[in-house]
Design a protein around this ligand. Sequence first.
Ligand SMILES: [Zn+2]
Length: 222
Amino acid sequence: MGADGGVKLQRKDLVKKAKHGSAEDEHSAAEYNKHGRWQTCFLTHKVLQQPVVSDYRGQLYNKEAILELLVDPKPYSDKQRELVSHITSLKDVVQLKLTEQDDHFVCPITGNTLGSNGIKYVYLVRCHCVFAEKCLREISPKEKTCPLCSTTFEADDVIVINPSTEDLKKLQTRMDTLTKSGLPHSLSVKKSKKKKSGDKKKRKAEDEDKDQQQSLSKKQHN
Ligand SMILES: [Zn+2]
């Protein structure tokens, strides 16, 4: 312990650890903040493996963990549930288009590893592309299009990944504005506008209804 300055957890090592099922995933808080949050799921602290999703706070999660949480939150501790109480449906997260290189997530434009060099990395809510924030500065303010896929976006669509306290405040303001308009973080409005945890039960009940209907109609046919 103590020599934290030189210790850098390689994603490769974490993957190895995870594969061997070791319980050594508990890093110190400082270490986690420095490296872990770029390499591990914010909810479970397991190594990030695609598909990866992010919430309005720019935190990274394994999609699998979020799906499991949405289906059945019981196995998660109160503390964990509290951390993600703002995620009540898949509309509260977006699935990121991440570029992997040599076992790291990188900015496909600069080639730098995400979180490696103290600069900001962002994703766009409209297209889910991930890159270094500085790549946006080269875009003229008039035509705001994604440098990777040319999707048009607005200033509020830029989410800083693992943001500073200051950036997090801005992201919170953005989310508050969206909530007032009845929009989720993902801006997805395909089905019902508002979704609360009750919906899951409703959907399950509907599915059960359907199953019952199917078995009923089978019986009738037989
Ligand atoms: Zn894009």
